[in-house]
Design a protein around this ligand. Structure first.
Ligand code: FAD
Length: 434
């Protein structure tokens, strides 16, 4: 039996400019690429129609086609990753494992356990930074502590970036070092318990025009003013190095958003408690109303506030919601309805195709006021004013709420002024000793 190197695909589903894959292919043994549909994650999904699983499955098919050109194949498994790696170690003469790092609490735990498993058997493990430009402790304050405010973090990020020369890890010429095998059969979606959905997945193309005009257009939900690349960053079907280079050339505003993405990942890595606690501890003392009926109306886009309802309906139908409207709907849930940000966060996590723990958590805690560098608690979005500014002709509203202004449209779930006062009172009461 030949020695082999294992490469473990996770949120880096591409062959080009994939750092751990690049180094795996440069190692002495031929590379067997592996993807594991992790049942620990899949079992938690609420619906068998999940666009994210379908997206991954499509991408695995595409990777397999590309690998066939090199007489190689992707081994796709389904189960608990530890068990699956144990089986692989028994079956093959594995010498080492290569993967790109992930920063979410569960992923970190899984990486740690698998690393221990390999090390106990005397096998090498090599992990790499791939999904961000800067990770973990790369960007710290002078006193060695992590930043918790975005603007100084961004400044330091840009300073550090200006000293880097971004390299593209071209894997194409060395792919011939993949293990030559008869093609493995890829389990179909049904076999792993899922079905196809009706979602249209955005293409993995960086549109220069959108980026050039990003600063002027990004806040208007009725325009195609943002890139829709979130799902590709989430699953690594686009290289962040490529995107950042492009941002650097074409748009500071777009670059800022890519830095926000890294900021939230850094926060989650340093403060994993934010996964289920407020960053600012006191905010966990808020007396949320948590009215289940009101929550259900918010989820369904039936609050009687058209900009909120348009956003929720866009999310329910397409798996996407425009950033401006994410802010408005999140503010509405936490402030107008005084419903715990964790409820809204969980709903977005279930529905968003571009769902990403760090950014979703960051976005929700920003809206609730409980996050690092969050909106101050007294900043309560007025849905009507937001509509006037960002959807003045109601183009977005008309698209998603066609019955608006007819008698089929519900009355507002709560009166704005009353809700605002109620929220201010509760926040003030909780934070009075701040
Ligand atoms: P563009 O506007 O073209 O931006 C390019 C990329 O930059 C995005 O794809 C994303 O990776 C990153 N980005 C943009 N804005 C932000 C931001 N504010 N914070 C962090 N990264 C950003 N983003 C997610 O990727 N996943 C989530 O689960 C998520 N949940 C959110 C929840 C709330 C309540 C809020 C207010 C924001 C959330 N965001 C989330 C951030 C932002 O809304 C989305 O990244 C953006 O709308 C995606 O659209 P786009 O791909 O067209 O991005």
């Amino acid at each position: 039996m030949k020695n082999i190197t294992l490469f473990w695909f996770r949120r880096d589903l591409r062959l080009t400019d994939n750092i751990a894959l690049f180094y795996a292919l440069k190692s002495k043994s031929p590379v067997l690429p592996v993807f594991i549909f992790d049942t620990e994650i899949l079992d938690l999904l609420e619906s068998s129609k999940d666009g994210r699983v379908e997206f991954i499955h499509n991408q695995l098919q595409s990777l397999n086609k590309q690998l066939e050109k090199y007489s190689s194949s992707l081994l796709v498994l389904h189960g608990n990753p530890i068990d699956q790696f144990k089986l692989l170690i028994e079956k093959y003469k594995v010498t080492s494992l290569y993967f790109n790092r992930d920063y979410e609490p569960y992923a970190k735990k899984r990486e740690h356990e698998i690393t221990e498993l390999f090390k106990k058997q005397g096998l090498d493990v090599h992990s790499f930074k791939d999904q961000v430009i800067f990770e973990k402790n790369d960007i710290l304050k002078k006193d060695g502590k992590p930043y918790t405010v975005f603007t100084p973090y961004k400044r330091k990020w840009e300073e550090a970036f200006s000293t880097l020369s971004i390299k593209n890890y071209q894997t194409e010429p060395i792919l011939k070092n993949c293990l030559q095998v008869e093609p493995f059969s890829l389990p179909d979606l049904q076999k792993i318990g899922f079905q196809k959905t009706d979602y249209n997945f955005p293409p993995a193309t960086i549109n220069d025009e959108i980026i050039k005009n990003y600063d002027q257009n990004r806040d208007y939900p009725y325009l195609d003013g943002t890139t829709r690349l979130g799902i590709h960053f989430r699953f690594g079907t686009i290289s962040i190095r490529r995107a950042v280079k492009k941002a650097h050339e074409l748009s500071q505003a777009w670059l800022n958003e890519l830095i926000w993405r890294e900021f939230y990942m850094m926060i989650l890595w340093h403060f994993p408690k934010v996964e289920d606690h407020s960053f600012k501890q006191k905010y966990d003392m808020i007396n949320w109303r948590n009215d289940e009926q009101e929550f259900s109306r918010w989820c369904q886009g039936q609050t009687g506030y058209p900009i909120v309802d348009a956003g929720m309906r866009e999310l329910n139908e397409t798996g996407y919601m425009h950033n401006r409207v994410r802010m408005i709907t999140a503010s509405f849930l936490t402030k107008h309805l005084l419903i715990d940000w964790r409820w809204g966060e969980a709903y977005f996590a279930q529905k968003l195709l571009d769902y990403e723990l760090a950014s979703n958590n960051g976005g929700w805690q920003w809206a609730a006021g409980s996050g690092c560098d969050a909106a101050p608690y007294f900043r309560i979005f007025n849905p009507e004013l937001q509509t006037k500014r960002f959807d003045p002709k109601h183009a977005y509203i008309k698209k998603w709420v066609p019955e608006y202004k007819s008698n089929k449209y519900p009355e507002p779930i709560v009166e704005h002024k009353f809700a605002r006062e109620r929220a201010l009172e509760e926040y003030k009461r909780t934070l009075k000793n701040d």
